[in-house]
Design a binder for this molecule. Structure first.
Ligand SMILES: *Cc1c(COP(=O)(O)O)cnc(C)c1O
Length: 404
């Protein structure tokens, strides 16, 4: 062979038989077939054989299988991020003329998609009170095809009565989709509590190191698998095998990270409940969190993200200064990584509530909790003592923050 040809079509030279503990990172778009007659374009590669890298290389399918196992699902679709997973659920379950229900404390970009893309395509998404429970029945219409639940909800952390909502939905043959990101797919048993579709942002706890974006949509019956699968194929939600490989590594330490994060987070939250400057701690394991009893009934643990509210003596400016004074806590979006994060939510929109820029969300990382508490204490003291010497905060544009 000409050396050009040999470079393109090499023989494998490395000896076979390398038995590593790591899942290999398989790259590939084209899949080669033995015969023309074997050529298919089928996303169901686990059953029908590999056909195209778009539907996942063995690295992505390994991750898919392990998430499905962890969540007790029949199948998990791995997609490029949590927001892509939300889109996949909407597009699989809704069409022009459909009505969907989404709790008003849902992940901001979910609501943004509802009011943007989906509205333009003729899908009517209606926000509802996350604490509505069985009362959801009254909001169901003839054309309702999907009910979202998210528990605890983003930022304000309300726990929902998911079994009651599922019961009401199933009486009318409506599917319930859960954003199960907080629970990492494990602290709350979605399918055991009646949910039909469980999605999560692997970006958070499975990735666990703030260095990748991935999401999953898990289903536990064949008809939903087929329905979501058709949409998944058409949307072209390709994922990088390198990211999947990192997520597979993340899974190996997920158990120990969650256990450690739960304990550290409880320690920090507990300390905050005792500070006179703090009006309310919104952490599911504390009675001050709306729906705490439901958390006790339905969850096997809590994780690393929670919020707290400064008392009314503090201005929004002082709370912003509090954030800027923190040193160990970094200012940034997302959560579930090893680094502690803090963000103020100045424009959080909850019917009947005005948090007036006093609501702060924390993600607790793997730093020593006593030092995190010191950091918080120092920043609280700084804003309690000082008149406000204020500068506009650093990196995060406020209108962007309000969406999370
Ligand atoms: C972060 C997050 C998402 C979106 O995940 P990305 O991977 O960042 O797109 C969805 N839902 C919840 C609850 C989240 O916290």
């Amino acid at each position: 062979m000409h050396w050009h040809s040999r470079l393109v079509q090499p023989q494998t030279l490395a000896a076979p038989g390398f038995e590593s503990l790591a899942t290999p990172t398989y790259r590939g778009s084209t899949v080669v077939f033995k015969r023309q007659a074997d050529v298919v374009d089928d996303w169901k590669q686990a059953e029908n054989g590999y056909s195209y890298g778009l539907y996942g290389t063995p690295t992505a399918l390994e991750l898919s299988g392990r998430i499905a196992q962890l969540e007790g699902a029949l199948h998990s679709f791995v997609v490029p991020g949590g927001q892509a997973a939300i889109a996949l659920v909407y597009f699989a379950m809704c069409k022009a003329g459909s009505h969907a229900l989404v709790p008003y404390n849902a992940y901001g970009p979910n609501k943004e998609m509802a009011q943007g893309l989906l509205k333009n395509l003729g899908v009517d998404v209606e926000p509802y009170d996350p604490l509505i429970g069985a009362g959801i029945s009254d909001l169901i219409r003839e054309n309702t095809t999907l009910i979202w639940v998210e528990s605890p909800g983003s930022v304000t952390m309300e726990i929902q009565d998911i079994p009651a909502i599922c019961k009401a939905a199933h009486e009318r043959d409506i599917m319930v989709a859960l954003d199960n990101t907080y629970a990492a797919g494990v602290l709350f048993d979605a399918f055991g509590h009646g949910v039909d579709i469980s999605m999560q942002a692997l970006t958070k706890y499975v990735g666990g190191h703030s260095d990748l974006l991935l999401g999953t949509v898990s289903v536990n019956n064949e008809s939903l698998k087929a329905k979501v699968g058709i949409t998944y194929k058409q949307l072209g939600l390709a994922v990088s095998p390198d990211d999947c490989s990192l997520a597979l590594r993340g899974l190996q330490t997920l158990g120990i990270r969650l256990t450690h994060l739960e304990a550290s987070t409880l320690e920090v939250a507990e300390w905050l409940t005792k500070q006179k400057e703090i009006a309310q701690v919104l952490h599911p394991a504390f009675p001050s969190c709306p729906g705490h009893d439901l958390w006790k009934r339905d969850f096997i643990g809590s994780s690393s993200v929670f919020s707290f509210l400064f008392t009314e003596e503090f201005t929004a400016q002082q709370v912003e200064q509090f954030i800027d004074t923190l040193e160990l806590f970094k200012i940034g979006m997302s959560w579930g990584g090893v680094t502690s994060l803090a963000l103020v939510y100045p424009n959080i929109d909850r019917p009947g509530k005005d948090y007036a820029g006093r609501l702060v969300r924390l993600n607790i990382g793997l730093e020593h909790p006593a030092e995190l508490i010191k950091d918080l204490e120092r920043a609280i003291q700084a804003i309690s003592q000082s008149g406000v010497t204020h500068q506009r905060s650093k990196n995060v544009p406020l209108d962007r923050v309000a969406l999370e």
